[in-house]
Design a protein around this ligand. Structure first.
Ligand code: GDG
Length: 500
């Protein structure tokens, strides 16, 4: 059945599990994260669909189940599985998106790798995603496309289906023109984004940068701006802006710029944090860790996350302050990407090397100052670790938003704990009560970690109270409500009218 809402996201919205030779589709293990947030929209429309890729070597096989109907805790929805070969996935996702786009989006020109890019394959895959979305969309439907690996989908979809409302959300930073224009395909990408009705970003700066890229390529005239809400301006932080552009007028349409930071599922994290199971886990971890203070860092293994700089800052801490040796530990959870992505191998090696050196220099037979965890930790355990951690140390060099810092705050139902946060994470603009720091400066990093470790309890609590208020305010529900209003007020209104 044609759908009123079509979400186009590269990952499938469930885990495929084989049980007695049959494939079962189960909710993704963690109810936290972006996929469940997107799925929560399925409860708001009668007919919804999700388009994702499914890897298969025989893409022409007529037996391949392209369209499957799912009914899970989020409601009923259709999933269109776009068959892609391993070679297509490697080229469009692992190479073009991760080796060419990702470094530019995060401001790492020196990591940009043009040579292996096969632009024809990128276009072919984006075209196939657009065809799948066009096939699923009802007349006048809303199609919501996610992230840079699908940048060309809006332009193709507009050619196929001029009637649909297209919204595009960027989960990464969006760089200014002097960085973005490194991409030789810049005009095609910007042209595609300008065929959207809405282009969404986490924070005002990324929307302004987008306007600078558009302006470098097209004459779009005056762009109206409005004031940013005061609680989205962290004084003195690198990414804070005071005004935000609201729309771009092209010859064909008005492209609305939607700025809403993604939040976390505060209600879910709070309920988990308040459960007996988490209390038991946290008590167990605390007794296992002994009488030492815990610094916790969680993120994917990626050069943008600043893992090496952080380990080096920890090494300097133990050099500078010998009295802390044996009394403080760094738990560094760094989850490696898919093994097929060799681009992340050097950073993994670097983390292992520095962590090994620190343990060799400052450890003993019974005490290791760094625990480097190179695998995913179950979310329930992560929440217990958030509660155990005296300091959450989240210092990416660049990050669109960063959800880990918000999860840490949501999990601190005891009102204690210190967040040290990079001013280059999008979240920093909302979290001015954190200890904001500049991960490009050793002095700033040293100052921040000293401040965190020496902070008196009343100051810790006062800052945490402010942080909790901000994380509560802009949770997943807030994001969903704002996005819903942008997607299609009329269509979704129909459903609520029917319900009331
Ligand atoms: C992109 C943008 C933007 C991490 N380790 C474990 C684990 N995680 C979970 C965290 C968190 C998620 O992964 C990471 O989200 P982030 O937002 O921090 O980072 P990216 O993956 O880079 O996400 C980012 C985001 O999109 C949303 O728009 O904020 O800027 O780069 O939820 O909890 N989860 C479990 N075990 C782990 O070891 N279970």
């Amino acid at each position: 059945m044609p759908s009123d809402l079509v979400i186009v996201y590269h990952r499938q919205p469930y885990d495929e599990v084989e049980v007695d030779g049959q494939i079962e589709y189960r909710d993704n293990k963690s109810p936290n994260g972006i996929v469940p947030t997107l799925k929560s929209f399925f409860g708001k429309v009668d007919n919804a669909a999700w388009v994702a890729w499914k890897e298969t070597e025989d893409t022409s096989n007529p037996q391949f189940d392209r369209v499957i109907n799912i009914e899970d805790s989020f409601g009923k929805y259709t999933v269109y599985r776009l068959p892609l070969t391993g070679a297509q996935v490697k080229s469009f996702y692992h190479v073009t998106s991760k080796e060419a786009f990702w470094p530019i989006l995060h401001g790492f020109k020196e990591k940009y790798n043009y040579d292996p890019v096969d632009w024809a394959t990128f276009k072919e895959v984006n075209w196939a995603f657009a065809e799948a979305a066009a096939a699923e969309a009802a007349p006048g439907a809303s199609v919501w496309v996610h992230d840079y690996n699908l940048w060309l989908v809006p332009g193709y979809l507009r050619q196929m289906r001029p009637d649909v409302r297209i919204s595009f959300y960027h989960h990464t930073p969006f760089p200014a023109a002097d960085m973005f224009n490194v991409l030789p395909w810049r005009a095609e990408i910007i042209g595609s984004l300008l065929s959207c009705d809405v282009v969404g970003f986490h924070i005002p700066r990324y929307a302004s940068n987008f306007v600078s890229c558009v302006r470098s390529l097209e004459d779009v005239g005056a762009v109206p701006r409005v004031k940013v809400e005061p609680d989205m301006i962290a004084e003195g932080s690198a990414l804070s802006d005071r005004t935000v552009p609201t729309e771009i007028r092209t010859e064909d349409r008005v492209v609305q710029l939607g700025v809403t930071p993604v939040g976390v599922d505060v209600e879910y994290i709070k309920s988990l944090a308040g459960s007996d199971k988490t209390a038991e886990l946290a008590a167990r971890f605390r007794s296992e860790i002994g009488d030492t203070r815990v610094l916790l860092s969680v993120g994917r293994t990626d050069y943008t996350k600043g893992g090496a700089d952080q380990l080096l800052a920890f090494e300097r801490l133990l050099e500078r302050r010998p009295e802390l040796r044996g009394t403080v530990r760094l738990l560094h959870v760094s989850v490696p990407a898919n093994r097929a992505m060799t681009v992340y191998e050097p950073i993994q090696k670097e983390l292992e090397e520095i962590a090994g050196r620190i343990n060799g220099r400052f450890g003993s037979f019974t005490f290791q100052p760094v625990a480097l965890i190179s695998r995913a930790v179950p979310f329930e355990e992560l929440v217990a670790w958030y509660q155990v951690a005296d300091v959450a140390w989240i210092t990416p060099l660049a990050d669109g938003m960063n959800l880990v810092c918000k999860e840490y705050v949501a999990a601190r139902n005891d009102g204690d704990g210190v967040l040290v946060l990079s001013e280059f994470a999008g979240a920093a603009v909302e979290m001015g009560a954190a200890v904001l720091t500049n991960p490009f400066s050793s002095r700033a990093m040293d100052f921040a970690i000293d401040l965190a470790l020496d902070m008196p309890e009343d100051e810790r609590r006062a800052r945490m109270e402010l942080l909790r208020a901000s994380v509560d305010k802009r949770d997943t529900r807030h994001w969903a409500a704002e996005q819903l209003a942008l997607l299609s007020p009329e269509d979704f209104g129909r459903k609520s009218a029917k319900e009331s």
